[in-house]
Design a protein. Structure first.
Length: 256
C-alpha cells in the first residue's frame, strides 16, 4: 500500500506529492479526560485514524497526505477532571497558522483540517477564515464525525450522534485501539445525553464546565459500545471523507 503519512515519507517523496497537487489532511484533536474507561487521546487518535483510512481510499483518484496530528485543542471545560491539556484560542490560531504555512512552503496548495473534538468546532470554522486570508490559501474544515451523520445515527443504538466517551467514541476505540480501552470499567461508562455546542438549537450559548454536566466524565452510553459498531463507523466515515476529497471542495478557488 502506498504510504500516506507525512512523517513516514521522505522530503523528496513529499515534493513529488506536492507536484501532484496532493491534498493534505491535518487532523486536529484534543488531549482530555474521557471518563473512567478511555484514554485522554481519544479525539486525537480517532481523527488521525479516519484521516489515514480516508487517504488510503482516496489515492486512486486524489493524491493525499496525512500531516502529523495536532493533539491538543480547546478543552478548558474538561480541566476540572484532571488529565487534560488545553490551549488558548490564540495559541491554537498561532499553531495552526505555522503548521499550515509550513505545508504551504512545502508547495502544497490544498489543506483540509479534519477536526476530532466538539470543543474545537466553532473556533476552527472562524480560524479557517482568518488563515485563508493570512496565507492567501483556502483552508477547508470538516469534522470526521459529521461527514456522514446518517451513518453514525443508524449505527448507534442509544444515541443519534456522538457525545463524549459515549457509545460512538467507545465503539471506535474498541475497533481501532482496543488495548487502550479499560473494558472492566465499561459498566461505569454512562452519563447524561448532550448536544455538541456547535450543533445545539438553544438560542443562547453558555460555557458550562463539563463536571457540572456529568460526574463520570461521560455523556452518553459508553457501556453500549461494541467493536463491530466502531468498525462500521470508522469504515463509513473514512469512505465519506474520501468521497469529499474526490469532489474537490477547492475547485472554485484554485486551478485544478
Amino acid at each position: 500500500m502506498t504510504e500516506v503519512l507525512w512523517n513516514h515519507l521522505t522530503a523528496a517523496e513529499l515534493r513529488e506529492r506536492a507536484a501532484e497537487n496532493a491534498v493534505v489532511l491535518l487532523p486536529v484533536g484534543a488531549t482530555e479526560q474521557h471518563g473512567p474507561h478511555l484514554p485522554t487521546g481519544v479525539d486525537d487518535f480517532l481523527a488521525a485514524e479516519v484521516c489515514r483510512r480516508a487517504a488510503e481510499l482516496a489515492l486512486p483518484h486524489t493524491p493525499t497526505v496525512v500531516a502529523p496530528s495536532v493533539w491538543s485543542g480547546l478543552s478548558e471545560h474538561h480541566m476540572a477532571f484532571g488529565g487534560t491539556i488545553t490551549l488558548s484560542l490564540t495559541t491554537l490560531h498561532a499553531l495552526l497558522r505555522d503548521v499550515c504555512r509550513s505545508i504551504q512552503r512545502a508547495s502544497f496548495r490544498r489543506v483540509l483540517v479534519v477536526n476530532g473534538h466538539g470543543g474545537n468546532m466553532t473556533a476552527l470554522n472562524a480560524l479557517a477564515t482568518e488563515l485563508t486570508a493570512e496565507l492567501s490559501m483556502p483552508i477547508a474544515i470538516t469534522n470526521y464525525f459529521s461527514v456522514d451523520r446518517d451513518l453514525v445515527r443508524d449505527t448507534l443504538d442509544t444515541q443519534g450522534a456522538l457525545m463524549h466517551a459515549c457509545e460512538g467514541e467507545t465503539s471506535m476505540m474498541l475497533a481501532a485501539h482496543p488495548d487502550l480501552v479499560r473494558t472492566e470499567l465499561l459498566p461505569e461508562a454512562h452519563g447524561p445525553e448532550i448536544t455538541l455546542p456547535a450543533e445545539s438549537p438553544d438560542p443562547v450559548y453558555l460555557a458550562v464546565p463539563f463536571d457540572r454536566i456529568t460526574t463520570s466524565g461521560v455523556a452518553g452510553y459508553g457501556n453500549a459500545a461494541t467493536a463491530e459498531k466502531g468498525e462500521r463507523m470508522l469504515t463509513g466515515l473514512a469512505q465519506a471523507l474520501a468521497g469529499t476529497l474526490a469532489q474537490n471542495p477547492w475547485k472554485d478557488l484554485l486551478d485544478r
